[in-house]
Design a protein around this ligand. Structure first.
Ligand SMILES: Nc1ncnc2c1ncn2[C@@H]1O[C@H](COP(=O)(O)OP(=O)(O)O)[C@@H](O)[C@H]1O
Ligand SMILES: [Mg+2]
Length: 375
């Protein structure tokens, strides 16, 4: 990720303000373009806000940074996308809250606020969303931890993510940008999916990023998107892209690398997508590259498997294989594959697999503690 330049824009000057709905802006948490490698990018500034004893997370749209972004050739398009995406995100968050999706971050409010105009400002009015605050931050904090207790937590968070994907899919929403920075951790409630800024809605077709072949972050994009191949069916194009990213999330939490990293390491550059190999890649179609993608994927997984404890290795690799198969038609729980798409993706099978892994990790942690007592 590039290091974003922190500009002095209206959205960065909210600290100390009292908002119309009674929230007080306490502290700036982060600022910048979170997904710099994705088409369009997202400019947001975040704060901790308080109302009485409640604290929450505020996400402000940094429109001035969008306007000032000279790297974007499509000036009008980028402003349109940013404002529309922000509006869509609000609408989707409200829909998820109304459907009481427990594994999706809940929206608590939204609005806009006027700030004192400085001469160089373009838009001295800042739109914001207020979301429940994840007291454990995002799941990136957990990647490097590898005790059995940490494994138990990781499997539990991953299970929550699968539940969250199921909740979204059941309302026709596909997230399209699942990655560690978009999974929030709550000490009491476990993990929840956040950042609906790239989500696509079945039958809507007008999401801000609908026309982008790579819908979310390139690092987590499924290979068919990187090759510009667009599956016609919704389940293939959107839901199977979500579970590709789920598999990548599993890989990242357990191996510290994305599935794309695993494949890229072993892929002959000539058959790779241009995004990975700007010099040699870009000559093959998705279908031509598929056999090479598959062998790199399977070989790579065998290599990374050795980093895991033996009780987990086989099951984790099986999970990643079912989620992130380079051939999108082969993504889904193995028990239902080939039985027709009316059965969906079999997400409940992944929930049980992850719950079993979590229980096993707990058991291993207890056994290990007992062994240490004896020494
Ligand atoms: N509800 C929340 N509670 C705590 N931290 C959050 C919350 N939502 C987002 N964040 C943090 O802010 C970062 C950016 O928020 P996100 O909604 O992903 O915006 P962007 O569209 O800029 O990627 C996240 O990666 C996470 O670290
Ligand atoms: Mg994000």
């Amino acid at each position: 990720m590039q290091n974003p330049e922190v500009l002095d824009t209206p959205a960065t000057r909210l600290t100390g303000m009292e908002l119309a709905d009674g929230w007080f802006v306490e502290e700036l948490l982060a600022c910048g373009r979170a997904s710099s490698d994705s088409s369009g990018g997202t400019y947001s500034v975040s704060y901790r806000v308080r109302k009485g004893n409640s604290v929450a997370f505020l996400k402000a749209l940094d429109l001035d940074s969008v306007i000032k972004d000279e790297g974007d050739d499509d000036f009008i398009g980028s402003i349109n996308r940013a404002t529309q995406a922000f509006g869509d995100e609000k609408t989707l968050n409200e829909l998820c809250a109304k459907s009481r999706m427990r594994q999706v971050v809940t929206i608590l409010g939204h609005g806009d606020v006027k700030v004192d105009k400085k001469p160089e400002d373009h838009m001295p009015r800042v739109a914001y969303l207020i979301l429940e605050l994840a007291d454990g931050g995002d799941v990136r904090n957990h990647v490097a931890r590898i005790s059995n207790d940490d494994y138990a937590k990781k499997f539990s968070y991953l299970k929550d993510v699968v539940l969250g994907i199921g909740q979204l899919h059941s309302e026709g929403i596909s997230h399209q940008d699942l990655k560690p920075s978009n999974v929030m951790v709550f000490f009491l409630a476990g993990a929840k999916i956040g950042d609906l800024g790239r989500a696509a809605v079945q039958g809507y077709g007008k999401s801000a990023f609908e026309q982008c072949i790579v819908a979310g972050d390139f690092s987590y994009a499924p290979p068919e998107q990187l090759y510009g191949h667009i599956p016609t069916e919704w389940i293939d194009r959107r839901q199977r892209a979500d579970i590709y990213q789920l598999g990548s999330l599993v890989a990242f939490l357990l191996f510290g690398v994305t599935v794309n990293n695993i494949i890229k390491e072993l892929l002959p550059p000539v058959v790779g997508p241009k995004h990975w190999f700007p010099e040699e890649g870009g000559e093959s179609s998705y279908n031509q590259a598929l056999p090479y993608l598959e062998s790199a994927f399977f070989e790579g997984l065998q290599k990374y498997k050795t980093a895991l404890p033996t009780w987990a290795a086989e099951k984790v690799v099986s999970l990643i294989t079912q989620c992130s198969h380079p051939d999108y038609s082969k993504r889904g729980a193995k028990q239902i594959l080939g039985k027709g798409d009316q059965l969906g993706l079999g997400l409940n099978r992944f929930v049980s697999a992850l719950e079993n892994l979590r229980t096993e990790a707990k058991k291993q942690a207890i056994l290990q503690a007992k062994r240490q007592e004896k020494v």
